[in-house]
Ligand binder design. Structure first.
Ligand code: ZN
Length: 423
């Protein structure tokens, strides 16, 4: 149920629909695809300008110049600005942080129209980054705008961070802000697309491993004179397929009930494979990536130990099995418990607005939640758009979902932080 003030806020959000579409279209039209990740200053300035109308302290911060990445063709440093802002409440009030990434993945695939010239058709706004996740950034700003237009004074503090470097797992976005103590909050909402009627109270963990097997080159006509590193990799794949894969999530588990996605880990082999150079030379080297997603109950260390024991047993049974491994990325499962006031308040706000009990699960992919979680800040993932639409050609977000998300953001802030009636 909504009280009178909450109903007014929801109506106010609804009245801003044209502005939502205009601001989101302008934001999408700034091409922030990474790689290479250009136009970030333009995007950050655009966001800072909008935030200045809403917040007290708006700043743009970034990693030290020597840590900036460089353009792959020109060699020039690439700016990686983070936009942060705060609307201060009472000193002893709680603080709620809204986080979103403005970098997007490149617009590959067959698009029906230009991915950076957004169009609205039948209630859907098309453009690269619409779902993942510029719509959430706009919804967060519009939620606060509606509170301001209705003269709502919150007892606590709202802050924002709009960041780069999420899509490429880079170090210059949320990771940097948290490490630099730029985010001080009691709760955080990351706006990755969960669908406006559901939310994620965490995400799965991940281990990206690169395995290299080594052999000895020889002429292909007498392969016994060499050691085929590719064959050795096949041995590893067979071991993984028989010892690890059967215990993990399969299509048939997911098809009848998608809620199982959160509960079991996954593995994907061969995202990247490189091996020999020529059809007639025994390959002396083969490299393959392994993507292992972790479910609750699994830890990075257990997974690394499991791979180590398989590799060690292969080496024991085959003295020519020579390998090394490199961990490219690793993070643990993040979960904010259902008892957290953030989870219950978001869940109740969602229910008040949609009239339905929201679905709560873990996001299958990882996101910036892990940095806030690691800093001890209870965090949930909630944003407009369906996760399946992220990174797709003809990416779109339903305008209706953006409005619902903004209403939920506003209501959650009011209920979690409290509203002051003393001024
Ligand atoms: Zn995203």
């Amino acid at each position: 149920m909504l009280n009178q003030l909450e109903q007014r806020i929801c109506n106010r959000v609804l009245s801003l629909e044209d502005e939502f579409i205009a601001v989101l279209s302008d934001l999408i039209s700034i091409n922030t695809a990474d790689p290479p990740g250009e136009n970030y200053d333009e995007c950050a300035n655009f966001l800072a300008t909008h935030l200045e109308a809403l917040a007290d302290n708006v700043a743009i911060v970034q990693v030290a110049p020597e840590s900036l990445p460089h353009h792959p063709s020109t060699g020039k440093p690439l700016s990686r600005p983070n936009v942060i802002a705060e609307i201060a409440g009472l000193k002893d009030g709680l603080a709620l942080h809204f986080n979103g990434h403005y970098d997007v993945v490149p617009a590959v695939g067959n698009w029906s129209s230009d991915p950076y010239t957004p169009v609205v058709k039948e209630g859907k706004l098309y453009g690269r980054g619409s779902t993942d996740m510029k719509a959430a950034i706009v919804a967060m700003m519009m939620a606060v705008k509606a509170l301001k237009l209705e003269n709502v004074n919150l007892a606590g503090t709202i802050s924002f961070s709009f960041v780069p470097d999420e899509e490429n797992d880079g170090p210059a976005g949320s990771d940097f802000l948290v490490a630099q103590n730029k985010v001080r909050a009691d709760y955080c909402i990351v706006g990755e697309p969960s669908g406006a009627t559901n939310f994620f109270n965490g995400h799965k963990g991940c281990v990206w491993l690169e395995v290299t097997t080594r052999g000895k080159p020889a002429h292909a006509s007498s392969p016994w004179q060499g050691t085929n590193a590719f064959d050795k990799m096949i041995k590893l794949i067979q071991e993984i397929n028989t010892k690890i894969k059967p215990n993990l999530l399969h299509q048939e588990d997911v098809e009848p009930d998608t809620s199982t996605i959160s509960e079991t880990g996954t593995i994907m082999l061969g995202g990247k494979v490189t091996t020999g150079d020529s059809a007639n030379i025994v390959p002396p080297r083969c490299t393959m990536t392994i993507d292992r997603r972790l479910a609750p109950g699994e830890s990075v260390q257990n997974i690394l130990d499991e791979f180590s024991s398989i590799l060690a047993s292969l080496q024991k049974s085959d003295p020519e099995f020579d390998f090394d491994t490199k961990v490219q990325s690793q993070y643990e499962v993040c979960v904010t418990p259902a008892e957290s006031p953030l989870v219950s308040t978001l869940s109740e706000s969602l229910q008040s607005i949609t009239g339905q009990t929201p679905g709560m699960s873990l996001m299958a992919a990882g996101c910036d939640m892990r940095f806030f979680h690691a800093a001890g800040i209870p965090t949930v993932i909630y944003g407009p758009g369906d996760l399946g639409m992220a990174h797709q050609a003809d990416e779109y977000v339903e305008v209706r979902q953006v409005i619902t998300a903004a209403q939920v953001y506003a209501l959650t802030a009011m209920r979690l932080l409290g509203v002051r009636d003393d001024i």
